[in-house]
Every structure is written in C-alpha cells, then in structure tokens.
Design a protein around this ligand. Structure first.
Ligand code: PLP
Length: 289
C-alpha cells in the first residue's frame, strides 16, 4: 500500500501528471526512513532534514510534523514487514514547463514502503569493494533532491566494476559516496569529513558520531585528503540501509596493512557492534520500557 496526495492505495493504482515538475525537472526532495519492529528510526531527524531540503528549494512543507508522523505510521501498518524502508517524496507539482519555480502549485506527496534489506552476513564479515571517482555532482549535495542522475551514474560506474560503492573526491578531498557517507581510520583515529554543502548530512553519520563520542573512541571531524583515504587503515560507509559497512577493497587493492589488510578492521567491528546494540536498545525494547 502506498500514499499519494491524501489517499492510500495499491501502487498499481497510483497516477501522477506527466507535467509534474518531479518528472520533468527532478524538482523535488525525499527521505528514506528505516523502520525496525514497525518503529521509524530517528523520525524527527529525518523530518527535520526534509524541512531543510524543502527550505533550500523554496517549497512550502505540505504537512505539519504531526501529519507526517501519522502518514508514516499508516504506511508502516499498511505493509506486511516488521522491518521496512519508508520512502517519502515531495515534488513541486504539475505546471506548464518553465524552469523558474511557479508559485502556488499543489505539491505531490508520495510515500511507499519496502522490506528493509541490510547487508548480508557475508558482507558484514568480509566487507565490500569500492572504487574512487571524481565527484562531478553539483555543489548542493546537502539537499536530499530527487535529481540523482550524478549519483546514479557514479553508482553504475562502481557496479560495472563489481563494486558496491563509488567513493568520491573533489579538489583532493573526500566528500562522501554515491549513496552513503564515508569514515576512515588512520592510526586508531576515526576521521570524518565535516558537514557542508558538498555532502548529505546523513542521519547514520550523526548516530555514528554520537557512538564515537559516547564511547570515547578517538575521532576528528575535519577535511580528509584523498591521500589519507587511499592510505587509510580502515574505510567504512554509513547509511540507513547499509548501516556501518566496511570497505575492504579500494580500487582493487586491499584496505589497510598487516593482519587486517583486506578485512574489516577492529574499529569498524566495534562501531558496527555498538550500532547494533544501540538499535536493539532504542528500537526493539518494549514500548513502555
Ligand atoms: C549521497 C548520500 N549520502 C549519504 C547518505 C546517508 O544518509 P542516511 O544515513 O541518512 O541514510 C545517503 C543515503 O541514502 C546518500 O544518498
């Protein structure tokens, strides 16, 4: 079951105008919210990021927080899985094709859910492959825009080489990956690029930084040079569906040195375990706990 503009229906029945600016221009923003045991994870934070994306493209939020919460809850209960991914999207609506944002359109609001698929036990245990590519996307990657052609092209170049991710560099610095944020470990210190207009402010990125702080694990949020990425002891990507996933091969070379080369490193394993514990504590505990 999906939601479109105030109505719930099977996805086959959902229809939008071909003049919808989401279809014509990619003029819209979206969120992807993981759901564990039928509870949305960090819903407030996802809805705050939605508001920031809407503000950045001058699109009025069609719903107050309480209404969004209700829609998300209805989508969760209308679908069969205990663990889900809720996708929600707002586009500017239908209008005669003209680039400048028209005023007063009725936005298109769409929500759907699918089963949450997290990395397989094999990927968690052995890590994944990635390649490094130049970040040729636009300069407002902080907006969670549905215009994802650059990300799709980059992810496809990675997939062509049997890799799960393209890790991106711009002007000699690490930005993020095509659909995740990136952390590296160098000499026991976790390094993460700071939030800026060049990366998406990931909800999982925030959770990981909270975990690092709470457990007094050495970390620095600062620009990360491409050379540091390429000589990292560990590399991980984070996202709502990937959680904390080790990258163990970069450009066909093992990541790290010594006995952990080409395997998930000790800091990644620790943070992965802490992330799972956090999820279990916050999400799977009985509602009254
Ligand atoms: C480009 C990009 N960066 C980072 C992320 C991670 O964001 P989150 O942790 O909120 O899923 C995503 C998520 O899909 C993404 O598409």
């Amino acid at each position: 079951m999906i939601h479109l503009n105030g109505e719930f229906m099977p996805i086959e029945q959902a229809k939008i105008s071909v003049l919808d600016r989401g279809f014509i221009f990619g003029d819209g923003v979206y969120e992807v919210i993981p759901v564990y045991s039928r509870r949305p994870f960090r819903l407030e934070e996802h809805l705050a990021r939605l508001q920031a994306s809407l503000d950045a493209i001058r699109l009025a939020n069609p719903h107050p927080l309480a209404k969004w919460t209700e829609l998300v809850e209805k989508i969760i209960s209308g679908n069969p899985w205990e663990d889900q991914t809720v996708y929600l999207q707002v586009t500017r609506g239908a209008a005669k094709r003209d680039h400048a944002f028209p005023k007063g359109l009725k936005p298109t609001v769409f929500l759907m859910a699918s089963e949450l698929v997290t990395p397989s036990a094999d990927l968690v245990e052995n890590g994944a492959k990635a390649i490094v590519l130049p970040d040729f996307r636009w300069l407002r990657c902080d907006i969670k825009s549905t215009s994802l052609l650059g990300n799709c092209m980059l992810r496809t170049l990675a997939a062509d080489q049997g890799c799960v991710e393209a890790i991106l560099v711009r002007d000699g610095e690490l930005t993020e990956a095509s659909a995740s944020n990136v952390f590296i470990v160098k000499n026991g210190t976790v390094l993460a690029p700071p939030k800026s207009q060049l990366i998406l402010p990931g909800i999982t990125y925030d959770v990981v930084l909270e975990i690092l702080r709470a457990n007094a694990l050495p970390h620095e949020v600062r620009p990360v040079a491409e050379s540091e990425l390429r000589s990292a002891d560990e590399i991980w990507v984070t996202s709502s569906s990937r959680e904390v996933l080790a990258i163990t091969m970069l450009d066909a070379k093992p990541v790290g040195t010594g006995k952990d080369a080409g395997k998930p490193g000790p800091v990644c394993k620790r943070v992965y375990a802490l992330y799972q514990q956090y999820k279990a504590r916050v999400m799977r505990a009985p509602a009254h706990a």
